[in-house]
Write a protein that binds this ligand. Structure first.
Ligand code: MN
Length: 167
């Protein structure tokens, strides 16, 4: 009788012990989950992928590939412009970073002259700055675009505006 009592008194201790072990494990997994939800990692095989040829907001043949869809107001996209292709005039609510991966292209802010951009260049476009970017007439240009906030699209870059571009 005493043994049984002793044994039955021990069971709650073991349950308590197991609970504390599992409780700790729960706390660890919760912390890991919280970390995973703060940092978003998109591996190449999970990228949303190509969105096809650029639509009404581009002139010429432009191929876009979404690396990361809009997350907390930021989107990452690879864009390949064929020779002569460019965006329409547009602006980004909170700015845009362009990292030129390959080729040679042009970028212009409204009222400024055209800048030549090459593979390896990093470009910052300030918030709400009206601008366009694209390939030169004789070269491809691929950039990674990190776009912040919404994008406002305007008129196309006319042949005469684009024709003034040099370099
Ligand atoms: Mn832009």
């Amino acid at each position: 009788m005493r043994q049984v009592l002793h044994h039955s008194q021990d069971i709650p201790k073991w349950q308590k012990c197991l609970k504390s072990v599992f409780g700790l494990k729960d706390i660890f997994s919760l912390e890991m989950n919280q970390e995973a939800s703060r940092v978003k990692i998109v591996s190449p095989n999970e990228e949303p992928g190509g969105s096809g040829r650029g639509g009404a907001t581009f002139t010429g043949d432009v191929f876009t590939y979404v690396t990361m869809e809009y997350t907390d107001g930021a989107a990452v996209t690879n864009v390949c412009f064929t020779p002569g292709a460019r965006t329409h005039w547009h602006s980004h609510e909170n700015g845009q970073m362009l990292i030129v991966l390959a080729g040679r292209g042009w970028i212009q802010s409204q009222g400024e002259s055209v800048h030549v951009i090459h593979a390896g260049d990093t470009v910052w476009v300030p918030p709400n700055e009206s601008h366009w970017h694209g390939a030169t007439k004789i070269s491809y240009m691929t950039h990674k675009a990190i776009s912040l906030g919404s994008t406002k699209w305007g008129d196309e870059v006319s042949e005469s505006e684009y024709g003034k571009s040099v370099g």
